[in-house]
Ligand binder design. Structure first.
Ligand SMILES: Cc1cc2nc3c(=O)[nH]c(=O)nc-3n(C[C@H](O)[C@H](O)[C@H](O)COP(=O)(O)OP(=O)(O)OC[C@H]3O[C@@H](n4cnc5c(N)ncnc54)[C@H](O)[C@@H]3O)c2cc1C
Ligand code: SF4
Length: 583
């Protein structure tokens, strides 16, 4: 069942020892590592302060702490202790989400506030599903090849080595992947549950290629991390440390290399010296007290809504319309994926909850099909809603009272698939500041969203395919609901400041020592789940920053010769030597 490639595992440990810093019992927290965490004074100018300890922020932190940078990462949420703080219960897991107020608007407003994004050390990956596909090479040039979306200032080849590294560190388990840039995974695929079996059966009957994985769930023991026990509570936080999140994949190694993580610290503003035009640090509120952390370099990684909000809330006399917003790009091109879910009823019990929700998927419909009236495409994956989410699914169909009870008591007989449709970036889908203020007195984000015709056609097409698969597998009834998933964009990467906020190295065009390393920088989203790509982008930015610090020539990969300079570019930054505290 299990195939851990020994050589690959050894090289992972040499560049990221997180899995070996988990206690030997496999499922607890290394309390000593946290107790010994290095701390910096606010008035101490650190090499790098990072806002947000999620997918992008943690990866950047771990990489640069290893390079000997003095790094402080501030996160608005807690430093989770899974044993103490997480429960295997849907209703009891809402504290994992970012529940601060947000305003929604537009023709197709996207509901926010339940589980769109996470808070706390580990970020949204603490309660993400665990699917970790790569983007396809075509995702990086959709405007050139399909006439829609946007071209990235970097190419797939620039990310490939970082995809491989991160897949080793999470680690990812799955069958050999035939789509996009065909590749294999460090761990072999997990066994599949009833839900996955039905997907495979239906797809096979229709001649649709489907595969098991890729999921960031250890298949076998990895370092000291435990094997998945197939309880199905991935979206509530994996208490046994089998599912990857930065809390276990990047935070331990960063701490061991001298990084400080300051939890419960809400960053309210990035400070820029109007005279030099350089960032000097960040203002934050911790335990009711306002503080300021000085830093030579600042990186923001607060997720697609909070990152543009922070930039807009950091307006100054030099940047009256918001930091880095001279060309009105901040907050624009924010995307969601259309994520319809189709459930099918079977006479036999399926028990879809008895496995991780992510298992089987197909990317056979990912690319533009010239025979179709729409551009780009969608992927289909197993999703396995737990009872409360199942109740939401059924009631969204309009079933209440006795009908709702009947569907709920029938839960063991249902299988469920979800699609991810590539909604295209639109300039008016954006974050702005609302009149409403949060508990810190800061304007909250307003997210305006409207779909285009292409988006609607993709949703319809994905629904048709999912219903066909479930019927081909033997379902006697199918029901579909419309949903959205995965916010990305809002501070996108581009070749110049008139089309985006950061260059190909994630450095902002406007402020030479300010970086953005989270999902906000993605110009398009494909129909892949985004976390792996966010980590790969952050790993690449870290690589360029580290090389820039040494040699000053950290040129961002640039497929078409744009200005994608990494590193500071103005003044060489020098950093203290390596200081590993825990080896
Ligand atoms: C329910 C659910 C399921 C998902 N499933 C998948 C999946 O299967 N596969 C996949 O690839 N992706 C999945 N995702 C998406 C994925 O988790 C996110 O895309 C990814 O984690 C985003 O990374 P990020 O670095 O942009 O932000 P995050 O990981 O969200 O990190 C942002 C961090 O910044 C902190 N923060 C924000 N503002 C501030 C501030 N002002 N001051 C201090 N700290 C701040 C937050 O507390 C948070 O910890 C899922 C998401 C959800 C919600
Ligand atoms: S199914 Fe596996 S990965 Fe998911 S929560 Fe359970 S043990 Fe963790």
């Amino acid at each position: 069942m299990r195939a851990v490639k020994g050589l690959a595992t050894r090289s992972v440990r040499s560049r990221n020892a997180s899995a070996w810093l988990v206690p030997a019992n496999g499922h607890d927290v290394n309390h000593q590592l946290r107790a010994d965490m290095r701390t910096f004074g606010d008035d101490e100018e650190v090499d790098l302060v990072i806002v947000g300890c999620g997918a992008g922020g943690s990866t950047l932190m771990q990489r640069l702490a290893r390079e000997g940078w003095r790094v402080v990462t501030l996160d608005a949420g807690p430093f989770w202790d899974p044993e103490r703080d997480w429960v295997s219960d849907e209703a009891g897991s809402h504290h994992l989400y970012w529940n601060e107020p947000r305003v929604i608007a537009g023709d197709d407003p996207v509901p926010l506030g339940s589980n769109n994004s996470g808070r706390g050390v580990g970020g949204s990956m603490v309660h993400y599903a665990g699917y970790t596909p790569r983007f396809h090479p075509s995702d990086f040039r959709t405007m050139s090849t399909d006439g829609v979306g946007a071209d990235w200032p970097i190419a797939y080849a620039d990310l490939r080595p970082h995809y491989e590294d991160i897949e080793g560190e999470l680690p990812v388990a799955g069958e050999d992947w035939p789509w996009g840039d065909p590749h294999s995974y460090p761990h072999s695929a997990h066994p599949v549950s009833g839900n996955g079996e039905l997907f495979l059966r239906g797809a096979d009957a229709l001649g649709i290629e489907a595969r098991v994985g890729p999921v960031a769930i250890a298949n076998g023991r990895f370092g000291h991390r435990a094997h998945c026990i197939y309880r199905g509570f991935c979206l509530q936080g994996c208490k046994v440390n089998a599912k990857a999140s930065p809390l276990i994949t990047h935070v331990p190694d960063a701490l061991a290399h001298g990084a400080e993580i300051r939890a419960d610290s809400m960053v309210t503003r990035v400070e820029v010296d109007d005279r030099t035009g350089r960032a000097t640090g960040v203002h934050f509120v911790r335990r009711g007290r306002e503080r300021f952390q000085r830093a030579r370099t600042v990186a923001i990684a607060g997720y697609s809504i909070e990152t543009p909000r922070l930039l807009l809330n950091s307006a100054s006399s030099r940047f009256p319309g918001g930091l880095c917003n001279d060309f009105d790009q901040v907050g624009r091109y924010l995307m969601v994926q259309g994520a319809p879910q189709t459930a099918g009823r079977f006479d036999a019990e399926v028990r879809m909850w008895k496995a991780p929700p992510p298992e089987v998927s197909t990317e056979a419909f990912y690319e533009t099909d010239p025979a179709k009236p729409y551009k780009r495409g969608f992927s289909i994956q197993t999703v396995s809603p737990l009872p409360i989410t199942w109740a939401e699914h059924v009631s969204a169909q309009g079933y209440f009272g006795d009908d709702l009870r009947r569907y709920l008591s029938d839960y063991p007989h249902w299988a469920c698939l979800g699609a991810l449709c590539e909604f295209l970036p639109r300039p008016d889908n954006r974050v702005t500041l609302a009149e409403e203020k949060d508990r810190h007195g800061l304007p909250v984000a307003q997210f305006t969203y409207s779909q285009g015709d292409n988006d609607r056609m993709l949703m319809r097409a994905a629904q048709d395919v999912m219903e066909s698969i479930l019927r081909a597998a033997g379902a006697d009834e199918v029901i579909t609901i419309d949903r959205f998933a995965h916010l990305v964009g809002g501070a996108r990467m581009a070749t110049d400041e008139r089309h985006g906020v950061v260059d190909g190295s994630c450095r902002t065009f406007a402020v030479p020592n300010l970086y953005i390393t989270d999902g906000s920088v993605l110009p398009t989203q494909g129909s892949a789940n985004p976390a792996l790509t966010i980590m790969a982008v952050a790993a690449r930015a870290a690589d360029l920053l580290a090389r820039g610090a040494r040699g000053g020539d950290a040129r961002g990969g640039d497929a078409r010769g744009g200005d994608a300079r990494g590193g500071d570019g103005q003044e060489p930054v020098t950093h203290a030597g390596k200081r590993a505290k825990h080896g």
